[in-house]
Design a protein around this ligand. Sequence first.
Ligand SMILES: N[C@@H](CCC[C@H](N)C(=O)O)C(=O)O
Length: 278
Amino acid sequence: MDFVKMHGLGNDFICLDHFLFPTGMDYAETAVQLCHRQFGVGGDGLIVILSSDVADARMRIFNSDGSEPEMCGNGIRCFAKYVYEAGYVQRDSLKIETLAGVLNVKLEICRGAVHHVTVNMGEPCLDPIKIPVLAGTDTALNQKLEVAGQEVIFSAVSMGNPHCIIFTEDLELLPFETLGPAIEKHPLFPRKTNVEFVKVDNSGEITVKVWERGVGPTLACGTGACASVVAAVLAGRTGRTVIVHLPGGDLKIEWQEGQQVHMTGPAVCVFRGSTLES
Ligand SMILES: N[C@@H](CCC[C@H](N)C(=O)O)C(=O)O
C-alpha cells in the first residue's frame, strides 16, 4: 500500500490516495495499524483522498484510535496541498467535501508547490445540542465542570467537531495529562471532545495546548485553534485576528464580525512510502 506522510505544524498524517481507484478498505482498522508509533508508520491520523460528486475532492479523516471525526483543520490543509500537487485540481481555490460540509480552500502557490493554505472553516456552532454537550442553557459558554478532583470553567464550541476550551493563566501548572483524557471522555460530552487549554498572551495572541479526541496530546489542532479564538472573542479576551501559538508552530485565525472563521497555516509533505504487509 502506497502512502504519503504529511503534517501541519507537526500534527501528522498518513495519506492514502484513493482518488482514482476507490477501495473497500476498512479505514478505521488501517488507521489503528498505520498510525501506531512503534508498530506502524506513525501518525496522529489517517487521511483518505477520494473523488467527490459535490466538490473537487472528498476528505475522510480517521484518528489514530480508528474513530472518524467530522473535520480536521491541519489535515484539510495537507489534503488541499496534495490534491493540487497531484494534479487533481488545477486552480488555486478549491472545494473540499468533509463530514462537516463542503469547505472553501485557497492555496498560496510558489513555483508549482503549495506552502500555505487558507481555509474558510465556516460558522462556529454554539448550540449545545449540535456540539454536542449536555448543558441546560442556550450556549455552553463559561460552564462549571467537576473533573479529576478539580473544578474547571469551560466553553464548548463546535467547528464541525466538538471542542472544550479552558482558559488558564499558567499552562505549565495545569495537570494536562490528567485533565485532558478525563474531559475528553466525560459523560457531559456524548461524542467525546477535543480539549484546548488556552493562555491569552495579549489581544492578538494566544498559546494553546491540545488534547485531541481519539489521539491524545498533539503538536497542533486547526479546528481547536479556531474554537479557542471563537471562545476568546466571545469572552472579550482577544480581538478578531489572532496568532495562535501551538507546540508545533503558529496559525493565523480570523473571525471578522458577521463572517466565517478563516484559518491560515502551512502544509508539508515529508516522505512517500509503501507498506510491506497490509
Ligand atoms: N487535528 C485536527 C482535529 C482532528 C480530529 C479530532 N481529533 C477529533 O476527533 O475531532 C485539526 O487540526 O483540526
